[in-house]
Design a protein around this ligand. Sequence first.
Ligand code: MN
Length: 289
Amino acid sequence: MTQQAGLSTIVTSRGIERLVNGQFVMDGAGVKINRVLTGHLQRRLDPFLMLDAFGSDKAGDYIAGFPEHPHRGFETVTYMLNGRMRHRDSAGNEGLVTNGGVQWMTAGRGVIHSEMPEQDEGLMEGFQLWLNLPAKDKMMAPWYRDIPTGEVPRFTNDDGVTVQVIAGETFGVKGAVQRDTTLPLYLDLEIPAGVTFEQPIPQGHNAFFYVYRGEVVVDGKGVGKTRMAILDNAAGADGVRIKAVEPTRLILLAGRPLNEPIAQHGPFVMNTTEQLHQAFDDFRAGRFA
Ligand code: MN
């Protein structure tokens, strides 16, 4: 079920193609975010469209939240490390995503939702990932699931690495969510200092990780806190070998690219400009769920 200490799981590790620092932006009604994946990286990291990291103990950085706004054509995955965020949407779903919990929302043909902090002090820390939907699923009915921390599959391997399996599968442990077509892998790893973790990644899948505590080395290259590392798609590499220099926490993501056109305007991600216009028309006409 877990890898055996000292035994290699993969043969050849992918290397690091590029480090990304991210950009501090304000979004929602004024929430401070480190946006590490967006815009020009969407093609490179297909099927992933966006990754925002947030982490602040200053209420002013998050208190305004994300009042009602629409989405169409993709999925949002919120992973809350610390803090409390209340979700409400036009499909009638409501939930509180809190310490270690995950909220997975498939916008499909459209939802209007709000994401508001339910705390006015203390640390709020976590991630929001946007995962694209294949063209055939962009107009599917919205879907929603709250996954409290106790329901996120997790294990600790013989080397002391704790793995939370948010999506996909690793060492025989199935994640909380599975998706056809893009086969996303979403792991949260806690790696003790000096320990190496190996994760198989299918060839052709795009992959990256984001370090939020500590520091790691991959193929001789160091990756520190608040950096995103894009893994190369080297022919022959069958996974990634990550060695922690310090006690480290990171999220590791991989997925099969859709290789379909990406047309985005703000919270709508479709395949053509015409579909974006349709999204605006439908939203204005109140045709979202
Ligand atoms: Mn949203």
